[in-house]
Design a binder for this molecule. Structure first.
Ligand code: B12
Ligand code: SF4
Ligand code: SF4
Length: 401
């Protein structure tokens, strides 16, 4: 085959298809999306050239930290047709995850409880959303075959692959980029996951929404670790989500007190966001918080041995961090809890258990030192920013407080 011969997947297989038929199909796809549990579906082209300089600047500043995969694929992240050959449209989908009885304020108020990001209390979303997107692809395929047309070439993506999901969602009309860098939707807030179906079908595209945050800066002001370094720009290395989930080694000391009782991820920038005031609850029972992770007591979680950890987090995203990082994170929260002999005993007991490594031991030592300082000085540590977040939840999110 000569270099100029297009490969099968890059040939437009649908040159003669009536635009009206494609418009009807786009509407049908949105209906199927709803039937499959998606809150909304939008369609966009693959042009992301304007995002490349911002993505490059973010990488050049090292904001990705240890997330090597963010830099590894170069600008392929901004070029869907390079990632999956032949792609000319992206079907962008969002699925709500806010569980009922989220109890945000109650959880953040009590430093003896661990706070787990509300996206992670139920089943791992990656597989669930990818399977639903695959089903959507098969429905489109069946319809095209029924119409006597070629089979489409499609591939689903959720999070893990090098895809610029948020700019795609914005182009597809699912919402606008908030100053915390997440996608916000006027009716739904930001408590949703994103996923995409890359496809070689020339569907009509949707129009991006014209909305914005206006003068609000609540998320920037409330971020416990000042990770939102400028509007729309998050220094991943400072974000509690990165520190507690992505970072494999020691958590830098400067962030430990600021982490408070957040043991897996963080929701603060979303909790103070006024657009989230009326966000809908998820319709997926799989995303409901498992009973053992609802308002969990730190000491009980710290007592889980590895086997218990693996059993109780089976099928959940939390399992990915492994038992040692779990202990590392809880040790920090115990160091931030009010002085207590029970906590110090649990830390000392854990320190000599067979399940810890050097990193966990170093965090345990830090926690014991924090406990000792508090025992002698009667300091009750609760950051002013967290107090403000709690007040904001109680005022703005009464259903979820
Ligand atoms: C790496 C990553 C992280 C990192 C880095 C975060 C970050 N802001 O980049 C860490 C681990 C910190 C993280 C944390 C979280 N994440 Co995350 N994360 C990702 C991932 C894998 C890539 C994001 C990325 O490309 N970052 C690189 C930067 C450069 O891209 P960007 O922020 O999108 O930047 C673009 C825009 O901001 C824009 N931009 C820049 N300047 C300006 C200026 C203006 C005016 C405008 C309009 C735009 C703009 O240009 C940039 C380049 O295109 C995506 C999944 C994916 N594949 O896309 C999930 C994803 C973004 N994460 C998600 C979630 C839920 C979270 C958390 C809420 C989880 C939690 N509760 O702990 C937090 C939120 C933290 C936050 N405020 O961002 C969801 C967001 C869903 C949504 N509603 O938007 C995603 C989409 C996963 C998914 N499939 O659902 N995450
Ligand atoms: S998730 Fe938490 S730490 Fe990360 S940017 Fe939002 S408020 Fe800051
Ligand atoms: S808190 Fe305010 S600035 Fe931040 S994303 Fe929400 S509306 Fe935008």
């Amino acid at each position: 085959m000569s270099d100029s011969t297009p490969s099968i997947s890059s040939v437009n297989l649908y040159p003669q298809v009536d635009p009206l038929l494609l418009s009807q199909l786009a509407l049908q796809i949105k209906e199927w999306g709803k039937e499959l549990g998606f809150a909304q579906i939008g369609i966009c082209d693959t042009e992301l050239k304007s995002e490349e300089p911002t993505l490059q600047a973010w990488l050049d500043k090292g904001y990705h930290g240890e997330m090597g995969y963010m830099a590894e694929h170069g600008m392929m992240r901004a070029r869907p047709s390079e990632l999956h050959e032949g792609t000319i449209r992206v079907i962008s989908a969002r699925m709500d995850y806010l569980p009922p009885e989220a109890g945000f304020a109650y959880n953040l108020c009590d430093p003896n409880l661990g706070y787990i990001s509300r996206y992670a209390g139920g089943r791992d979303y990656h597989k669930l959303i990818r399977n639903r997107l695959k089903k959507l692809g098969h429905k489109i395929e069946a319809e095209l075959i029924r119409l006597g047309l070629h089979k489409p070439n499609f591939r689903p993506f959720v999070d893990s692959a090098p895809v610029l999901e948020r700019p795609l969602a914005e182009k597809a009309g699912l919402g606008w980029t908030g100053k915390h860098s997440l996608i916000l939707n006027k009716e739904a807030g930001s408590w949703f996951f994103l996923g995409e179906l890359f496809i070689n079908l020339p569907l009509p595209v949707d129009i991006p929404v014209v909305e914005g945050c206006n003068t609000c800066v609540a998320c920037i002001k409330s971020c416990p670790t000042n990770a939102i370094v400028a509007p729309y720009v998050v220094d991943g290395r400072r974000c509690i989500s990165y520190l507690t989930i992505e970072l494999k080694g020691a958590i830098p000391e400067e962030f430990r007190s600021l982490i408070g009782n957040r043991i897996y991820g963080c929701d603060d920038c979303q909790l103070v966001c006024p657009i989230n005031a009326a966000a809908p609850l998820t319709t997926e029972t799989d995303f409901h918080t498992r009973s053992q992770l609802k308002q969990p007591d730190l000491l009980s979680l710290f007592a889980w041995d590895e086997k218990t950890f693996l059993t109780l987090t089976e099928g959940s995203a939390i399992r990915r961090i492994g038992h040692k990082r779990w202990l590392r994170n809880i040790a920090i929260a115990l160091g931030n809890a009010p002085a207590s002999d029970n906590i110090v005993s649990a830390l000392l007991e854990r320190k000599i258990s067979a399940e810890v490594d050097e990193i966990v031991v170093e965090h345990i030592d830090w926690a014991i030192a924090q406990q000792q300082i508090k025992a002698t000085s009667q300091i009750v540590s609760s950051s002013r920013k967290t107090q403000r977040v709690i007040r904001s939840i109680e005022k703005g999110l009464p259903r979820d407080a």
